[in-house]
Design a protein around this ligand. Structure first.
Ligand SMILES: *Cc1c(COP(=O)(O)O)cnc(C)c1O
Length: 476
């Protein structure tokens, strides 16, 4: 390591351009236009400080500094600092409704509506008929009722908020009866017992993990009971010696005792998915028809809309929910309402839903079609990874995600990457997975069975072209 001598250092320092001179230079004019004087000035000072510190500590790599050099380092720093932290990725995980990747992708109708709501004033809480103050729920509650058969509806921030608000408004300081088999935790710390206590309601557990009978509910009903509640098991399945009491048995029991039944449906689909060969899920309408007084479900799961929690049910109960102070704290913004309305409108033409609703289009995409995509992308991925890896197009299984049962899988196709020598696959695969994640548009896959797996179900045409372009730019 060659030390910079005292006199060399003084000479170097003397040649450092002043901040004023740098800022006035032709090289920096364009940067100032792009990022503004304040930011550029800050970045220049930082770069000069770093350079000085390096020079003083005798860092051999530090040499005389010129304006052009300074410009490229300042520009790189500014670009990095101003990069969006929320970035587009390629979801090749095979999980269509991936909570960590933002769940449902919205159709173009919703995108257009959000753009308008962002840039133009709207009648969010303004009654155009009377010129008086309106209610934001009025924009959408008729449409939700039409699609679910419910008497009334309201919308909040997400389904967790919907459950919290429902319990706070209808069961505070009272008891809620829930089967032990339904006391679930949904990823990201949503646990029914916790929500219950936050809402000030007392959980009354009945039955056992695997079996609950109507008699269990019947015997638990007392003077403190406010609600009977059913929760969709979402992300787990109980099999074997099991017994769950169906809603159409619980509802009559509750109603003869003057009580209400709330159902947390979780994903809450509006259409029978089995018509497209997807796993059958009870629809919101069927749940209302089976006697639920309140049903809560997410906007960005199977519904295919923006993050939201929909609450539908009996008019008097919805009125009570809307009056609760928490409603104001949990309400949705105009962007959510703008996005939700056109998504719900698509459901008026169910025969076109698999084309127009992005989530359903992805879920129903045929394995044969995905196979063709896999064969088109394969050469680019093989080129990017080089000869030490074998990239093959192979059948695999996608998942619906977001609380749809993990046991329900969809036949799909994708690319499987394995090491050619078969040795130390683990570490090499982790490194490959990291390389994909660090690309300009990160590629998110998964490692399973000693291979890196990229499921192409969610790679639609425009994205496919972009991915191939990006992979072509990679040197093996
Ligand atoms: C997903 C889910 C929730 C939480 O919904 P969010 O919209 O994510 O807040 C609550 N209950 C059930 C049964 C779920 O599946």
């Amino acid at each position: 390591m060659s030390d910079v001598s005292g006199s060399e250092l003084r000479a170097l320092m003397a040649r450092v351009p002043s901040v004023e001179k740098v800022m006035a230079s032709a090289e920096f004019a364009a940067l100032i236009v792009e990022y503004g004087r304040t930011q550029v000035l800050g970045a220049v000072r930082e770069a000069l400080d770093t350079w000085r510190a390096g020079a003083q500590s005798g860092d051999a790599s530090v040499s005389a500094l010129d304006v052009a050099q300074l410009k490229s380092s300042v520009e790189a720093a500014l670009r990095q600092r101003n990069e969006s932290r929320l970035r587009s990725v390629f979801n090749l995980t095979g999980t269509v409704l991936h909570t960590n990747l933002g769940r449902a992708l919205l159709p173009d109708e919703a995108v257009q509506a959000v753009m308008k709501a962002l840039t133009q004033p709207a009648n969010l809480e303004f009654d155009l008929g009377t010129g008086k103050r309106g209610d934001r729920d009025d924009l959408i509650d008729d449409l939700i009722c039409e699609l679910t058969g419910a008497e009334a509806a309201t919308v909040v921030n997400n389904n967790a908020a919907a459950v919290l608000l429902t319990l706070s408004a209808l069961a505070s300081k009272k008891e809620v009866i829930v089967s032990r088999g339904e006391l679930v935790e949904i990823g990201g710390a949503f646990r029914i017992p916790d929500i219950m206590s936050r809402a000030g309601a007392k959980l009354r557990e009945v039955g056992t993990t695997n079996r609950t009978h109507l008699k269990d509910y019947e015997e638990a009903i007392g003077p403190q009971t406010a609600l009977l509640m059913k929760v969709h098991a979402s992300n787990y399945a109980i099999s074997g010696f099991t017994k769950e009491v169906a809603l159409d048995e619980i509802a009559p029991l509750a109603h003869t005792r003057g009580l209400a039944v709330a159902v947390d449906l979780g994903s809450g689909t509006l259409v029978d998915l089995s018509q497209w060969g997807l796993p059958r899920e009870t629809t919101v309408r069927e749940t209302v028809e089976a006697g639920a007084d309140i049903v809560t479900f997410s906007g960005d799961k199977l519904l295919g809309g923006p993050q939201a929690g929909l609450i539908v049910g009996r008019r008097d109960l919805i009125a009570k929910i809307k009056k609760h102070p928490l409603k104001r704290a949990l309400r949705v913004g105009k962007l959510t309402l703008a996005a939700l309305e056109p998504v719900l409108q698509l459901y008026r033409a169910p025969e076109r839903l698999t084309q127009r609703l992005t989530t359903l289009r992805l879920l129903t995409r045929a394995a044969g079609d995905i196979r063709l995509a896999a064969e088109r992308v394969q050469p680019a991925l093989q080129h990017a990874f080089g000869e030490r890896y074998a990239v093959t197009a192979e059948p695999m299984f996608s998942q619906i995600g977001s609380g749809a049962l993990p046991v329900d899988v969809l036949p799909s196709y994708g690319l499987v990457v394995k090491t050619v020598d078969g040795k130390r696959g683990g570490r090499q695969l982790l490194a490959l997975e990291k390389r994909l994640r660090e690309m300009a548009r990160p590629v998110i896959g998964r490692i399973a069975d000693d291979a890196l797996r990229l499921d192409l179900r969610c790679l639609e045409a425009a994205d496919e072209a972009e991915l191939i372009e990006q992979l072509k730019g990679v040197r093996a």
